[in-house]
Design a protein around this ligand. Sequence first.
Ligand code: URA
Length: 196
Amino acid sequence: MGGASDFSTLSWQDLRTAVESCTRCAISKTRTQTVFGAGNQQAAWMVIGEAPGAEEDRQGEPFVGKAGQLLNNMLLAIGMPRETVYIANVLKCRPPNNRDPQADEAANCRGYLERQIALVNPALILVVGRIAAQNLLQTTAPLARLRGQEHRAPVSGTPVVVTYHPAYLLRQPSDKRKAWQDLLFAHEVFTRHVQP
Ligand code: URA
C-alpha cells in the first residue's frame, strides 16, 4: 500500500481510528498498542520523533520515558512547555527492540503524520534525531548537515528545524550545548514566521 493512501480529508477522530486499526506492517503484530500522538491540537510548535519505545508502547503516549523527560525540559527551557505543543512520531508502532524504522514502515505511516501536520498546522516543526529528520525531509543527509538550517516539510511546507534526539543527549550530555543552540535557532525561525 505504501504512503499513497489519501488521508487528507480525515478528522482527528477518523485519523486516530485509522491508526489504531492499522495492520500494514508486521510490527503491528508485536505492538502493545499504537502511539498516535498527543498534545495541543492547535499548537504553534509540533515535535516529531522517531518511533515509540517500550514505555510509549505501554502507555500509548509519545515521549513518556527518560528521553521524554529530557524533551519536556528542553521544551520548557525554550518557553514551549510540553502541554503547549503537539508531539508525534514518524512511526506509530514500536519496532521490536527499538530497532530503526525500515523504509517500508516509514512509507506506510507517512500519510498519518502528514495528516497530523495538516490538522495541527503548526508554525514550526522541531524534529528530534537523524532518523526522524531523514524520514520527514526525505533525505539521506547526516544530522550534522541538517542542524542549523531551516527546512520545509514536504506537502505542508511548514518550517522545520532539526536537533539531536533526547535519548542521544542522555548518552552524550556534552552535546546539550549544541542542542540548546538548535532550540534558540528554532525559536528564531518560529518568531520570524509568526511576526514577519
Ligand atoms: N523516542 C522517540 O523517538 N519517540 C518516542 O515517542 C519515544 C522515544
